[in-house]
Design a protein around this ligand. Structure first.
Ligand code: FES
Ligand code: FES
Length: 153
């Protein structure tokens, strides 16, 4: 038995002790917004927040995430209106979309930490997340838009 705090809810699941957090999120909790890309900590498709910090869910044993607060893309906002989600739509950021939950979660942690990042800080802060479709320019623009609109609104 494993108890986790995911998106503000305490959930108890039956899972073996050697299963990754990514697998528990997807298979046990049905939170399929978090993607499996490489399973090796090299792509960022599985990025979630653990105590507010962006982490690769494929590289963390679920058991090690007990006693933390986990947030997935499904829990980033109640209704999809986080400034980044709105900016992502405005900029039509995704292509195939596969990497995008991870990108948004990485970006959310980045701007929570640094609410007014420079373009260089955005590029640097997002470098752990790979996009095979090459949507990087739109990702940067969407983050810049979210920062600007959140600041003024
Ligand atoms: S699936 Fe976790 S980093 Fe690629
Ligand atoms: S949009 Fe296709 S991998 Fe990023």
């Amino acid at each position: 038995m494993l108890t986790l705090n995911v998106n503000g809810q305490v959930v108890t699941i039956e899972a073996s002790s050697d299963v990754s957090l990514l697998w528990v999120l997807r298979e046990h909790l049905g939170l399929t917004g978090t993607k499996y890309g490489c399973g090796a900590g090299m792509c960022g498709a599985c990025t979630v927040h653990i105590d507010g910090v962006a982490n690769f869910a494929c590289q963390i044993m679920a058991a090690d995430a007990a006693n933390t607060t986990i947030t997935t893309i499904e829990g980033l906002s109640e209704d999809g209106t986080h400034p980044l989600q709105l900016a992502w739509i405005e900029e039509q950021t995704p292509q195939c979309g596969y990497c995008q939950s991870g990108q948004i979660m990485r970006a959310a942690a980045l701007i929570a930490d640094n609410p007014k990042p420079t373009r260089e800080e955005i590029i640097d802060g997002m470098s752990a997340n790979i996009c095979r479709c090459g949507s990087y320019p739109r990702i940067v623009r969407a983050i810049e838009r979210a920062v600007k609109e959140d600041h003024h609104g």
